[in-house]
Design a protein around this ligand. Structure first.
Ligand code: ADP
Length: 506
């Protein structure tokens, strides 16, 4: 009887269950979206109960479709949208509030206060993060401060918190195991990434009782057994892996060694670089985070995000109405007639992130002549993904003091050959696209499989890696310099404009 590994992938908009075989191929997949709530501008919530019932549904569907017996599922791995946080009553299983999603900005004011009080250097030193509303800690504090009775219940030891991974694990195990992994813990703003412990000073600062914290463990290892009569015909399957989504994609891309990096070009673009056992403090506004813990060893990552990658293609499609589908961008960009570096699009619709950090910047187009046309704007938009990737990779290289030789890519926009070739040209290095672009789900499966000996070691997993295509730089060095210098000039000009905008809002 063949054996398989299941990944439960808790995305921001949907839950998925995926079954992998030993060669890392998917044999069954089920997916379902859940509701997003926008109670106020800048607020973003979901219903934890709906996430759990949706998860049960996709697990059932994935199993039914596969025709496998639950006994053939050797282990389960969980990967999840990071930072999104649930607070629930451990006796009743009822969340005290909806889960607050990573992108929610309601605690931005409190984060400004932390900065004004001079707390950011201490936060950065311990957690590798900045004082930003993204991370779970300030969201937990908001729930305790704003939901009636929550603080008293927390102080009485009745409440638990976790990112979505821990909420799903607790439910999967019949309301038993309150655990998370180091990668998820490292996104809460409450976890010391050097000592691998919940940090008393940070918990005290945000007034969060320690009894709420899940037990933080290695990403690969035994967590607990499933214990839900409606799932797996009541069979108890071990959960053997938990990891945050971007870290999981890094593991799924087999970036096991220091110096190996990937970027996921989805809606946003997240670049992660394995820095080995060294937690490098960035001088360029990148985050330091835990990638995973396996076999008593923790690997750290540097992380930088391009806010608008695939979303800039959606803008071409939905606002400019230049495209029917995102994938059409490749066809039209190929018809652009102006030389590269004539038109530049800077799609900083919501500000510039690392390494510029300018929240007043907005999208702009440079270099329009009377003859500049739709296809030139499309081409320049695709190229902006490459320029922004270089901005981040240069920052990473500087922080590491190392030359980076190769970048692995995945996510929807990585299917576009113009984007991928241009990234290689402007980075001046090889860019590698794997055949299996489901790297996020694969990472969690690999970690779970490693724990139960389904895959022996990292070399065994590496043998599964299939490369679709390696893109090599074709652009002469002087053209690369000319184009990238032009991009930097655009950013400079844009930041002069945004300085003025900042003044207007005073
Ligand atoms: P997410 O997980 O963030 O939803 P995906 O990895 O599914 O993102 O990628 C979807 C994004 O990629 C969308 O923003 C879409 O516009 C973009 N995209 C998908 N296919 C292409 C393509 N062939 N060319 C350019 N952009 C694409």
């Amino acid at each position: 009887m063949n054996e398989y590994i299941m990944t439960i992938d808790e995305g921001t908009t949907s839950a998925r269950a995926i079954i992998f075989d030993h060669s890392g191929d998917m044999v069954s997949i089920a997916q379902k979206e859940f509701t997003q709530f926008y109670p106020k501008p800048g607020w973003l919530e979901q219903d934890p109960i709906e996430i759990w019932t949706t998860t049960m549904e996709v697990i059932g569907k994935c199993m039914a479709q596969s025709g496998l017996s639950p006994k053939q599922i050797k282990a389960i791995g969980i990967t999840n949208q990071r930072e999104t946080v649930v607070v629930w009553n451990k006796h009743t299983g009822i969340p005290v509030y909806r889960d607050i999603v990573w992108g929610d900005r309601r605690t931005a004011g409190y984060c400004d206060q932390l900065k004004a009080e001079g707390k950011e250097p201490m936060i950065k030193e311990k957690t590798g993060l900045i004082a930003d509303a993204y991370f779970s800690g300030t969201k937990i504090k908001w729930i305790l401060d704003n939901v009636e009775g929550a603080r008293a219940a927390a102080e009485a030891g009745d409440l638990y918190f976790s990112n979505i991974d821990g909420w799903i694990l607790w439910n999967l195990t019949g309301r038993e195991a309150h655990m998370t992994d180091y990668s998820n813990a490292s996104r809460t703003l409450l976890f010391n990434i050097h000592t691998l412990d919940w940090d008393d000073e940070l918990l005290e600062l945000m007034n969060i009782p320690k009894s709420m914290c899940p037990e933080a463990k290695e990403s690969s290892g035994h967590f607990a057994y499933t214990n839900v009569p409606e799932l797996f015909e009541g069979e108890k399957i071990p959960v053997e892996g938990i990891i945050g989504d971007q870290m999981s994609a890094t593991f799924g891309q087999c970036c096991f060694e220091r110096g190996q990096a990937k970027i996921t070009w989805g809606t946003a673009g997240t670049l992660t670089m394995n820095t080995g056992d060294e937690a490098i403090v960035s001088e360029n506004g990148l985050l330091t985070t835990i990638g995973w813990g396996v076999n008593g060893k923790v690997q750290y990552l540097l992380e930088g995000t391009v806010y608008n990658a695939g979303s800039s293609v959606q803008w071409l499609r939905d606002e400019m109405r230049f495209l029917e589908a995102s994938s059409d961008s490749e066809f039209f960009a190929a018809k652009s007639t102006l030389p590269l570096g004539t038109v530049y699009v800077v799609p900083s619709f919501s500000g510039l992130g690392a390494p510029y950090w300018d929240s007043y910047a907005r999208g702009t187009i440079f270099g329009m002549s009377r003859g500049a046309a739709k296809n030139d704007i499309i081409r320049a938009t695709l190229d902006s993904i490459g320029y922004q990737t270089r901005d981040i990779l240069d920052a990473v290289a500087q922080d590491m003091n190392e030359k980076i030789e190769l970048l692995r890519v995945d996510g929807g926009a990585a299917n576009n050959n113009i984007i991928t070739q241009f990234a290689s040209d402007i980075l001046g290095i090889n860019v590698e696209r794997p055949s299996n672009v489901e790297t996020t789900a694969a990472g969690a499966a690999y970690l779970a499989g490693l724990s139960v000996g389904y895959w022996k070691d990292e070399a065994d997993i590496l043998a599964n890696r299939k490369v679709d295509k390696v893109f090599s730089p074709e652009m002469p060095a002087d053209q690369r310099k000319r184009l990238y210098d032009g991009w930097r000039n655009c950013i400079k000009a844009l930041m002069v404009w945004s300085e003025g905008e900042k003044e207007f809002t005073k």
